[in-house]
Write a protein that binds this ligand. Structure first.
Ligand code: H79
Length: 593
């Protein structure tokens, strides 16, 4: 057949599909987002002007909450619009900062709780074009620039709180208590979402927040609106009303203790605020952020990292610098982040963590083992090991050891003496097929046995129950009853005497973490029984979940006299009353030298 004719028939064949209603599967909708793994959050609005200070007083808490925290009357706060003139704003610079950091999407506050729209709206004059001397639509500029630079533009929209509207939720200092929330949804939220999903091209996702009392029907109607206007647009975790979002959102700044199945995201701050605050210089280090980015990817999540531009329209210098450093690391190592899946191992390692792609495991190591790294329990055949930073992919020597009597696999990797990156070095392992790992928990090379709460079998009476370890510092949520107990099975190949460390976690908000102790618990293992009170013998900042410290309780000592498989049970005897309950995270059994 002649080539032209062939092309012609292909074309004819394609015609029906041009008219077919395009329907999109969930996997298709989530594809770019799963590939991205790393995004930029931008909290920008009128609150950047006071920047954490009102009438000469420092107002504590996150900056974008200043209106509520200082109980500013609506009319006074609205007047800030007259001063909003971010003449130094340049959309290209913003997008470049994100792009240079290796971020693939950008989520900006189109409307935060204060009710002010950062875009041109015909629904309410309280918007950046109609109410400020600046008079330009920054959202439009960003959307166009993102489009140009291949970054997905996404919008944060606070759907329930609106301190500027008598019918929006949560302003009780300046509006009467009675409100018609449905009217607010119908007359502001839906029309503004319609504007956002109509006037700015394809939108990657809508980031809803703090749903408060929104009903199932109300939340569902927002979801349907987004689906109708842009079927490809993703709906973030906090739509509320018990409605299924497209992915889950952890608490603000919360990094889970382990892998969470499904799609999820940690939204996080660079300092201790989202909206700009003049005096907040508590910047996290690029080291911490890089490690967190990798750790979150290892657990299957996306990292949405925030900047809070100044009132004159600049991303603070410190933020730009820190993100550029993360970007330097990303330039060399992004293969272990983009499009990766969570670790095949359910546990965190003391040296780092693991991400994977088909046929490859990426070991992200922050605690370099110059005497060699040992991985316990990997059954897959390893084909090659090399450093991701090494373009020549020079093979690194390794040894696969199988202990038949013990049915145990151990991999020894002879790491080079010097870590290629002092922040996080990445070792690539090419493996045969899907990774196979031992089901049971193995004693680690350093002799410690880590027993994370998530890997335990949890029983209440004779029923299996599920505790949630995915929020805040990774400590159990709402463990309030003495009926629930946890049991682990694990292998010990280097027996001896071990210290039992019971690790609980702080909880509460990032701004004011709290902890509750004094619970009485029992540990039963290998015919030995220990009883102890949960007290704070040691507190340690958890570098994987920043705000919430790990609290260590010395539970006493136990002995394993020979190699073998053992079982340990943890059960509360008496739990202190209070809101937090027993925030158990994990047990460490550490060898006594
Ligand atoms: O947009 C950012 C926050 O403003 C928003 N979510 C992220 C992404 C958010 N809204 N509500 N919250 C977070 C939680 C509220 C915490 C509070 Fe507080 C505790 C409000 C009052 C007490 C922190 C401390 C803020 C003010 C004081």
């Amino acid at each position: 057949m002649k080539k032209q004719l062939f092309v012609f028939f292909i074309f004819i064949g394609l015609i029906p599909s041009l008219f077919a209603q395009k329907s999109i599967t969930q996997d298709e909708r989530m594809q770019w987002w799963r590939e991205a793994r790393f995004g930029m959050f931008i909290h920008w609005g009128l609150y950047s002007i006071p920047g954490g200070e009102w009438k000469g007083k420092k107002i504590s808490g996150i900056g974008e909450w200043i209106m509520k925290r200082a109980q500013i009357p609506v009319n006074e706060y609205r007047a800030l619009a007259n001063q909003f003139n971010p003449i130094k704003f340049n959309a290209k610079d913003f997008v470049m900062v994100a792009k240079n950091a290796g971020m693939k999407y950008l989520t900006i506050t189109a409307k935060h709780h204060d009710g002010f729209a950062m875009f041109k709206s015909n629904v309410s004059k309280y918007n950046i074009v109609d109410a400020t001397p600046y008079g330009k639509d920054v959202i439009k500029a960003l959307a166009e620039e993102c489009q140009k630079q291949g970054i997905k533009i996404c919008f944060y929209y606070s759907q329930s709180r609106d301190w500027n509207e008598p019918n929006g939720l949560d302003n009780e200092w300046d509006f009467p208590k009675e409100r018609d929330f449905q009217k607010y949804l119908d007359e502001k939220v839906k029309p503004q979402l319609t504007e956002l999903l109509t006037n700015y091209g394809p939108i990657g996702l809508i980031w809803f927040d703090t749903p408060m009392t929104i009903s199932k029907e109300q939340a569902q109607s927002l979801k349907e609106l987004v689906r109708k206007l842009q079927p490809e647009c993703i709906i973030s975790g906090r739509i509320g009303g018990g409605i299924e979002p497209d992915y889950a959102s952890t608490g603000d700044n919360a990094v889970p203790a382990t892998i969470i199945p499904g799609d999820w995201e940690t939204p996080a701050t660079l300092n201790d605020t989202w909206g700009f605050k003049k005096n907040d210089t508590k910047w996290k280090s690029a080291e911490d952020l890089t490690r967190l980015l990798f750790d979150i990817a290892s657990k299957g999540g996306n990292y949405l990292l925030n900047v809070g531009p100044t009132p004159d329209g600049l991303i603070p210098d410190a933020s730009v610098k820190i993100l550029a450093q993360v970007g330097e690391w990303m330039k060399i190592n992004n293969e272990c982040i983009y499009g990766t899946m969570s670790s095949p191992f359910p546990v965190e390692f003391e040296w780092g963590n693991i991400t994977q792609k088909p046929g490859k495991l990426y070991l992200g190591i922050f605690d370099w083992k110059k005497n060699g790294l040992e991985i316990e329990g990997l059954k897959s055949k390893v084909k090659k090991v090399y450093l991701l930073a090494d373009q020549s992919k020079k093979s690194i020597a390794f040894e696969e050891i199988y202990d038949k009597a013990f049915d145990h696999h151990r991999l020894k990797i002879k790491l080079p003496l010097l870590a290629p990156d002092k922040v996080l070095s990445v070792v690539v392992m090419e493996i045969d097929g899907k990774p196979q790992v031992e089901e049971s928990i193995c004693q680690q090379a350093n002799g410690t046995v880590y027993l994370p709460g998530v890997m335990a079998e949890s029983m209440k009476g004779d029923k299996l129950v599920k505790l949630n370890f995915s929020s805040r510092g990774g400590g159990a949520d709402n463990w309030m009853d003495v009926g629930t107990k946890l049991t682990w099975k694990f292998k010990v190949d280097k027996p001896g005497i071990f210290k039992v460390n019971i690790v609980t976690s702080e909880k509460g908000s990032a701004e004011s973490p709290t902890w509750q102790g004094d619970h009485l618990v029992k540990v039963i293992v290998n015919g030995q029984e220990l009883q102890c009170k949960i007290v704070a013998d040691r507190k340690e900042f958890n570098n994987r979940s920043h705000y919430w410290r790990k609290i260590f309780t010395n539970g006493g000592r136990i002995t394993f006299d020979k190699p073998g498989t053992y079982q340990l049970t943890l059960l509360p005897i008496e739990l202190t009353e209070g809101k937090l309950g027993f925030t158990f995270r994990e047990i460490y059994l550490t060898p006594v030298k």
